[in-house]
Design a protein around this ligand. Sequence first.
Ligand SMILES: Cc1ncc(COP(=O)(O)O)c(C=O)c1O
Length: 387
Amino acid sequence: MFETSEKMKKLPPYLFAEIDKKRKQLIAEGHQVISFGVGDPDLPTPERIVRAMQKAVEDPSVHRYPFGKGRADFRKAIADYYKKYSDVHLDPDKEICVLIGSKEGIAHFPFTCINPGDITLVPEPGYPVYQIGTILAGGIPYLMPIVEQNHFLPDLSKIPQNVVEKAKILYLNYPNNPTSACADIDYLKAVITFCKKHQIIILYDAAYHEIYFDGKRPVSFLSIPGAKDIGIEIHSLSKTYNMTGWRIGWACGNEKLVSALATLKENIDSGTFEAIQIAGIECLAGPQDDVEEMRKIYQKRRDVLVEGLKKLKFEVKIPQATFYLWLNVKQNSITFAENLLLKAKIIVTPGVGFGPSGEGYVRFALTVDVEKIKKAIEKMEQAISEV
Ligand SMILES: Cc1ncc(COP(=O)(O)O)c(C=O)c1O
């Protein structure tokens, strides 16, 4: 009789898959659902990128196994992007490895350095894959609460010494999912100093680096002196270019860490379809007006949602980046989300799903157009007045 492994048994149900199941079920029952649940852009991939892919796919030379760290021309485009926007120098041959989406790299990286019983330092609330990757690699996640009083940054001084000594990886993600917080230079410098002292690798998840508001570009982790000594940054085209379905991202930074991940990947996958990598060159090297336009769209949505929630008397912290709004609802997050679903057919993600310190919060993804956001506010107002 088939029985799953002990590691599989330790995995929680994948939060966003569960939410999507619920959404589909309600739609099948004939309800009009407004979903702020999953962070999956509703906007299409820009046409210039779709065209680049269509052209690329016609060339039979890209139909074969891609293998290796990724196409040299795409890795060069990545290096040029870092130079141009963040003044970071990366060697395309040694310090960049293309991924099948950043989730893939995040999930696989612990296999390169975790031995049974090793600890990883995982922010919570946070993207679930840091814990999942650790568990599957045989490690033990140590959860670092990120709370509003500390600007949603892990307080490293609170990690017990015996945990620090056994820690192999520290995960950081700014701009942050789910809290939308950003990390400043001084904080990142302090983390780098701490991790260098204790020989801890930093896995920096920069998936939302390009989604920022009010013209305030987030700090680039790799631009901070010393980052490359111990850090690997994982980045993605998913959110910047509305390409979640395409599955493309990259790891970059410390040569040894990048190379270990590339070696692991050579053994378990065969790389990212080359036509997608060619489209990736168009993403980064082409004109960025569409990205600017998309930021404006999210900013408008943010403003409409913030205004609406304030009208409903919520205390709202205005997001400076990401397409999330992290709302303190001052009550049990699951009860709040369930009530909203039941009474208004609105999906939000209960904060506790991202970790115990997410209790009391819910996450709204701004992947819903302005008209629907206005409608959602009306429905919420009605639902609240019925309580
Ligand atoms: C913080 C964070 N990192 C990584 C990812 C994965 O993105 P992808 O695998 O599409 O590159 C997500 C997706 O939601 C995310 O929220």
